[in-house]
Design a protein around this ligand. Structure first.
Ligand SMILES: Cc1cc2nc3c(=O)[nH]c(=O)nc-3n(C[C@H](O)[C@H](O)[C@H](O)COP(=O)(O)O)c2cc1C
Length: 216
């Protein structure tokens, strides 16, 4: 693909609006409405989100994870605590999440503080994951350099023998959940002529949310 093609690529965003009257007091209500809309429109992986962290060298890092719950504690995802992101969150427990629902011309950015969920919750969720995913979580020393693909397949096979299918696979001690408790949530709806709608919610000391309209 040459640069000319990239310069010609653009979409006019015309399918929605985010009016002040559409923005409820709680950003969770708006987020839930947008997530349900993404599911209803059969967007692929509507719960996928980019998790941005602060790297140990001070430069940013980002990768995709799946939202697995949204409750009073915030936005929950599961991963390997000894992965690169795990080490980064241990050092700097602050992160941002970005949801992109391209077909709905919407983006949501969430910023806040991240904390680990109790191990009992990891065990509960791990138990309902498919067998192959459970073996994968044991087999993967996530983010480590490995010799080759065969090494990984061999490790998975050893673990299939250790934990045969049909029997309960224990949750690895290094695997678990995080909750990001938001301090800010910004909703972006694409509009015609790049005059997009942006509404940012900022959490107040009393727990309420202040709304601001941002310039696109
Ligand atoms: C659609 C999608 C969903 C993913 N979901 C997860 C997830 O929920 N948890 C996870 O640990 N990795 C998930 N990954 C893999 C991560 O993006 C990443 O490669 C991995 O967690 C290692 O990241 P790290 O080395 O920065 O720690 C997903 C990747 C994609 C593309």
């Amino acid at each position: 693909m040459n640069t000319t093609d990239l310069q010609a690529m653009r979409v006019s965003y015309e399918i929605g609006e985010l009016n002040d009257s559409d923005a409820p007091e709680s950003p969770f209500d708006l987020f839930t409405g947008w997530l349900k809309d993404a599911v209803a429109h059969q967007l692929p992986e509507p719960n996928a989100m980019t998790l941005s962290t602060l790297g140990l060298d001070g430069s940013p890092n980002a990768r995709t994870v799946l939202l697995k719950a949204l409750d009073d504690r915030g936005f929950t995802f599961f991963t390997n605590y000894e992965s690169q992101k795990g080490n980064e969150l241990a050092a700097h427990p602050r992160a941002a999440l970005t949801f992109l629902w391209t077909n709905r011309q919407r983006q949501v950015v969430v910023r806040g503080v991240v904390s680990k969920l109790p191990f009992s919750e990891a065990e509960g969720y791990f138990a309902v994951r498919p067998y192959g995913h459970q073996i994968g979580a044991w087999a993967s020393e996530q983010s480590k350099v490995i010799p080759d693909r065969e090494w990984l397949e061999g490790r998975a096979e050893e673990l299939r023998q250790k934990y045969p299918e049909g029997q309960a696979v224990p949750c690895p001690p290094h695997w678990g959940g995080y909750a990001l408790e938001p301090s800010e949530i910004e909703f972006w709806q694409g509009r015609r002529s790049r005059l997009h709608d942006r509404i940012r919610y900022i959490k107040q000391p009393d727990g309420s949310w202040r709304k601001q309209r941002l310039s696109p």
